[in-house]
Design a binder for this molecule. Structure first.
Ligand SMILES: [Zn+2]
Length: 224
């Protein structure tokens, strides 16, 4: 059973608990797909986890923490209080969420801005460094379509990514490869691949391109 973790909290993912999700018949028809994504994501993005929600938004528990609802301990339960008081049939979306390290070093203007925000303690997103290379940890969520894997998953940024880069969040934009609602335009035509492959081959270059554009440059290429 795959373990997910966030901060100090670790839980075993209960894939069977996802069977109650509405609008996702593929979970019953092809249970091997979610098992495959769980294994692969655990290896490639070990700090990412699965949550449930509605539309494109993760659900929040009614407890004081308003935490995510995730499949564990035999049900869809809050990660803080383990409560499952909300009736499960309300959830129709299955969402991967986590922080993606996006390289900032090389985009000099953006790096200067973020280093200044670090000094002034106004930076709203976490960073990490490898040697002298600075990475911004960008919150992203990836939502399975109801017809997975026949349609592309949907990837979303939050506003904080763009405000940290010092640019307004783009609306629908050909330059940024963005649709409205901070929704990434990742495919002209969907080619079937796993969620980890979408992350590596599409979302990571997409996020890096946003940094390059915010720096006033033109991305050399978007996707592999
Ligand atoms: Zn709760």
């Amino acid at each position: 059973m795959v373990q997910h973790s966030r901060g100090d909290t670790t839980w075993s993912v209960d894939a069977d608990a996802l069977q109650v999700l509405t609008n996702n018949d593929w979970l019953q028809s092809f249970p091997q797909l979610i098992e495959h994504d769980l294994e692969e994501m655990h290896t490639a993005f070990p700090r990412w986890f699965l949550a449930v929600g509605r539309g494109d938004q993760p659900a929040q528990c009614h407890c004081s923490v308003h935490d995510y609802i995730a499949p564990h301990c035999g049900g869809l339960r809050c990660l803080s209080c383990s409560g499952s008081e909300l009736s499960t049939h309300q959830y129709s979306a299955l969402i991967w969420t986590g922080l993606l390290p996006v390289q900032i070093s090389g985009a000099d203007g953006v790096e200067r801005r973020i280093r200044r925000q670090q000094r002034e303690q106004t930076l709203r997103l976490p960073t990490t460094e490898s040697g002298s290379t600075l990475y911004l940890l960008v919150p992203i969520r990836v939502v399975y379509p109801s017809s997975w894997p026949n349609e592309a998953p949907r990837g979303y940024y939050t506003r904080e990514f763009f405000t940290t880069l010092g640019v307004p969040p783009p609306g629908t934009s050909h330059t940024h490869h963005m649709l409205s609602g901070l929704h990434m335009c990742l495919f002209q035509r969907w080619q079937r691949m796993s969620i980890a492959e979408v992350m590596q081959n599409r979302i990571a270059p997409h996020a890096l391109a946003q940094v390059v554009i915010a720096n006033g440059d033109t991305p050399r290429r978007w996707f592999n």
